[in-house]
Design a protein around this ligand. Structure first.
Ligand SMILES: NC(=O)c1ccc[n+]([C@@H]2O[C@H](COP(=O)([O-])OP(=O)(O)OC[C@H]3O[C@@H](n4cnc5c(N)ncnc54)[C@H](O)[C@@H]3O)[C@@H](O)[C@H]2O)c1
Length: 330
């Protein structure tokens, strides 16, 4: 019997390939450059499954071209690249990779927070010029982290992991979230529920952990930035469009906040030119989950999501399971 066909837009890792190779007739996109849209649309037409990255859009156009498609699995927890409602209309299961990257992404939010507050990147650049004259009292003075207030916008899986790490720095933690979390979670994480305005106004560090949705696009606007402390820092490891980048550049230029550290950008891979030259900004190339361990787990999870259906199970991380009425076979 012939195997179902899958298109995989990166060669992934051996552990994930083993799962796919067993279940599917696999077509891997192996060229170093990203698959372009026309190529993706053409190659997906005869496929039963797609394993894609957050850089590929699964939308009405793709779903109309891929008439045999039954599952689209993204190797990411954020699924703003997938039009889940359109998938449901086309009876395609959409799946993501929640849970396996929480600790790693929380670590990276902290990496950015520490780097921007202690001016690490400026210091590193200075050292490499060979021009450092030696220790002095007022060089690269940053801001304390210990004992300050951390504001977490979006208190889900990753936001809560970020909060846990703040205990070691004896910080006060404020959070806002669509819903207040249970009291035992608040107590365990020593986190105080607040409105978004309060989080912005009272925090020394504001870190973003919301998904990108229409309601969170430009959540951090000129207005929101204006509510932050002048000594405050903004950390973004969520999605670029959550922050209005030009509003951020203006706020930094006018010294309305002290600095920003960004892992994600509005128009990746482009970075707003006004941010590029700024010393009060730390820029990272969307590497929040980029460790060998975590990226391997994500790839395995996406491969498992794609293969499950063809092994007689609903994908473990289906995003439209209830809409498509998916149930484990009894
Ligand atoms: N930089 C990276 O490499 C990287 C890695 C992992 C995740 N991410 C991003 O982080 C996001 C969060 O991941 P997660 O697994 O913690 O998701 P999650 O769904 O567990 O948590 C998101 C939280 O945000 C809350 N929320 C939604 N809209 C809000 C709003 N307007 N105001 C306040 N809270 C709001 C939700 O209630 C939820 O609790 C992902 O969607 C993804 O885009 C980025």
């Amino acid at each position: 019997m012939s195997k179902p066909k899958v298109l995989v837009t990166r060669p992934l890792f051996p552990e994930a390939r083993a799962i796919l190779d067993e279940t599917f007739d696999v077509e891997y996109w192996k060229r170093p450059e990203r698959i372009d849209r026309a190529e993706l649309l053409e190659r997906v037409t005869d496929k039963d499954a797609l394993v894609c990255l957050l850089t590929e859009k699964v939308d009405e156009e793709l779903l109309s071209a891929a008439t045999k498609l039954r599952v689209a699995a993204t190797v990411s927890v954020g699924y703003d690249n997938i039009d889940v409602a359109a998938c449901t209309r086309h009876k395609v299961i959409a799946a993501n990779t929640p849970g396996v990257l929480d600790e790693t992404t929380a670590d990276f939010a902290w990496t950015l927070l520490m780097a921007v507050s202690r001016r690490l990147i400026e210091g590193d650049a200075w050292m490499r010029t060979g021009a450092w004259p030696g220790w002095d009292l007022d060089q690269l003075l940053g801001s304390d982290v210990f004992g300050k207030t951390l504001g977490i916008v979006g208190f889900g899986r990753i936001g809560q992991r970020v909060a846990r790490r703040a205990q070691g720095f004896q910080m006060r933690v404020l959070y806002c979230n669509t819903k207040r979390v249970p009291l035992d979670v608040e107590r365990e994480l020593a986190a105080e529920f607040a409105s978004m305005d309060e989080v912005l106004e009272r925090s020394d560090f504001v870190t973003l952990h919301v998904p990108l949705r229409p309601a969170t696009r430009h959540l951090i606007s000129t207005d929101a930035l204006g509510k932050m402390k002048r000594t405050g820092y903004l950390i973004n490891t969520s999605r670029g469009p959550v922050v209005d980048e030009s509003a951020l550049a203006t706020a930094l230029e006018q010294k309305r906040i002290a600095g920003a550290a960004l892992d994600v950008f509005e128009r990746e891979p482009q970075v707003l030119p006004a941010l590029l030259g700024r010393k009060d900004v730390v820029l990272a190339p969307h590497i929040g989950s980029a460790t060998i361990e975590t990226r391997t787990k994500m790839a395995v999870m996406a491969a498992t999501n794609a293969a499950a259906l063809f092994q007689g199970h609903p994908p473990p991380n289906a995003l439209n399971a209830s809409e498509l009425d998916l149930r484990e076979p009894s």
